[in-house]
Design a protein around this ligand. Structure first.
Ligand code: NOJ
Ligand code: CA
Length: 543
């Protein structure tokens, strides 16, 4: 399968994200597990991906889908063992697929041994110094140290009963670590080394932009934190310049391996140019670019985002990333099924009925968007299930919701469970081949039609399209440049790549003339020498 590319394998890789608890359940307990992944390596191989990014698989009470880690150097017994991890790695490697694991350095879980020790210890102790404890306001510290709010709702501070409060930017079960503490720094290096020694090829770094914080008194108010005229690099909690010191140490460790270990930063930073340092070869090496994910289905917007990010990546000495879906956002087949500007949280709150989704159009655009991204220089990150064209499941009943957002927002927001519904492998069975029993999040009946079993027998399926596109890309992808067509209509994004291939996307409704060339792959059927609306085609053209 994939040939050894040495140190640069990641630069134009297709990386497939697995959210392990929703991929495949090998023992029928309703929760996806590591043996489930091992048993479906053939699917990944047939799909043609270069690497897997595995979302957290560590011991966890699942207060935040596994992003609340009890122990960074073990596997959650609910989903496997270290030995089964090794078996999974071996199976992936035998199929020529590399592995990137998720690392969550901003916070541990509240069940981590360090946090238990911190709670048992006194204010001011070394145990508490690994986290961010502060005395509350008021004579007995009965009020939070500031009015900061957490990402999932509610206060960002939690009292521990002795006048002190700890900071959690996410759920209360996710206490933030103090990265000024050398022990914290050292321990993460040990963790990275642990997995790198276990043949892991790289790391996806969770909220990479939030590790360095400035908690000097007086603490600003939330309104001051939110001010949009702050200069770069001085926000108290995010994207501070010192954060890059941490990644310098990580890079030094990564470069001790052959090939060097890679990393990709999840860093939602205010402007694209701030992303460059996370992505630099002296830092993590690559950073997610969520700009296409946020863009409307619009040729001008797409072109601008692509141009900007290619320039930025080049100047940072790296390759760009492209992504439309992941475990945190509404699946792109559904986003594109809704009118531009739809408030997605509100739409999910209404069980996905208002406005109604144009499912067919959404899928057609999603297929065209993915085919376009797969033609770009750089790495493309795919999220499990998008190769089946899965939609967001917006009407999950409240009693099955797991996202902390649901509880923390007191039922005002349902959260991200709708993109985490387990995959349909077959068109029948209690969880459509996910496992032998019901799944931890119920699948809608429409998933049966979208199962792997159904789609692999259908040449026109989304799965067939992804397989063809990945196979062609593997053959065609060469140097990391593109050339824009200068004569393309406004609604069309057209560029050619070295080696003689061209990608053309028609964002409009009306068909446009198809440029000359042999058709390699198209996201929808073509007719009469034209490219219909909402369609991408790759053509073999002259160099
Ligand atoms: C980003 C992860 O992708 C998300 O799922 C998680 O809730 C937060 N970071 C907190 O770890
Ligand atoms: Ca299981």
């Amino acid at each position: 399968m994939s040939e050894p590319l040495g140190a640069t394998w990641w630069r134009q890789a297709v990386v497939y994200q697995i959210y392990p608890r929703s991929f495949a359940d090998s023992n029928g307990d309703g929760i996806g597990d590591l043996p489930g992944i091992t048993s479906h390596v053939q699917h990944l191989r047939d799909l043609g991906v270069d690497a897997v990014w595995l979302s957290p698989f560590y011991p966890s009470a699942l207060a935040d889908g596994g992003y609340d880690v009890d122990d960074y150097r073990d596997v959650d017994p609910k989903i496997g063992t270290l030995a089964q991890f090794d078996e999974m790695v071996a199976a992936l490697k035998a199929a020529g697929i590399r592995l990137i694991v998720d690392i969550v350095p901003n916070h541990t879980s509240d069940r981590h041994e360090w946090f238990r020790a911190a709670l048992a210890a006194a204010p001011g102790s070394p145990e508490r110094d690994r986290y961010i404890f502060r005395r509350g306001e008021g004579p007995d510290g009965e009020r939070p140290p500031s009015d900061w709010t957490a990402a999932f709702g509610g206060s960002a501070w939690e009292p521990v009963g002795d006048g002190q409060w700890y900071l959690h930017m996410f759920a209360p079960e996710q206490p933030d670590l103090n990265w000024e503490n050398p022990e914290v720094r050292q321990d993460f290096l040990t963790t990275l080394q642990f997995w790198a020694d276990r043949d892991v090829d790289g790391f996806r770094v969770d909220v990479a932009n939030a590790l360095a914080k400035d908690l000097t008194l007086p603490l600003p108010s939330q309104a001051e934190l939110d001010a949009d005229d702050l200069p770069d690099g001085v926000h108290r909690l995010r994207d501070r310049d010192e954060v890059h010191e941490i990644y310098k140490d990580w890079r030094e460790l990564f470069d001790r391996y052959d090939p060097p270990r890679t990393a990709v930063a999840e860093a939602w930073v205010p402007s694209a140019h701030r992303r460059a340092r996370y992505a630099s070869p002296e830092g993590l090496g690559q950073a997610f670019n969520f700009d296409l994910l946020l863009a409307d289905w619009d040729a001008i917007e797409f072109r601008k985002v692509i141009e900007e990010n290619l320039t930025l990546a080049r100047s940072a000495g790296t390759s760009s990333t492209w992504v439309f879906s992941n475990h945190d956002v509404v699946r792109h087949a559904t986003r594109y099924a809704l009118p531009a500007g739809t408030d997605l949280k509100k739409w999910i709150r209404g069980d996905g009925t208002n406005p109604p989704a144009d499912v067919e159009r959404g899928l057609r655009r999603a297929r065209a968007a993915t085919l376009l991204a797969l033609a770009l220089p750089g790495s493309t990150y795919l999220y499990q299930g998008e190769e089946l064209g899965l939609p967001e499941v917006a009407d999950l009943p409240p009693e099955v919701l797991q996202d902390p957002t649901w509880i923390r927002s007191e039922g005002k927001e349902k959260g991200r469970d709708g993109c985490r519904v387990p995959l349909p492998w077959t068109s029948t069975g209690p969880s459509l081949g996910f496992g032998s029993g019901p799944a931890h999040l119920p699948q809608p009946p429409s998933f049966a039609e979208l199962s792997v079993e159904r789609q692999q027998a259908d040449e026109t399926s989304t799965l067939a399209l992804y397989r063809r596109a990945l196979a062609e890309r593997r053959r065609l992808q060469t140097s990391e440049t593109l050339e824009w067509a200068t004569d393309a209509p406004d609604d069309v994004v057209q560029f050619s790549r070295p080696g003689g291939w061209t990608s053309v996307t028609n964002f409009g409704e009306a068909p446009v003339p198809l440029p000359a060339g042999d058709i390699l792959v198209s996201s929808a059927p073509l007719a009469d020498g034209t490219l219909p609306g909402d369609t991408t085609v790759w053509l073999r053209t002259a160099d």
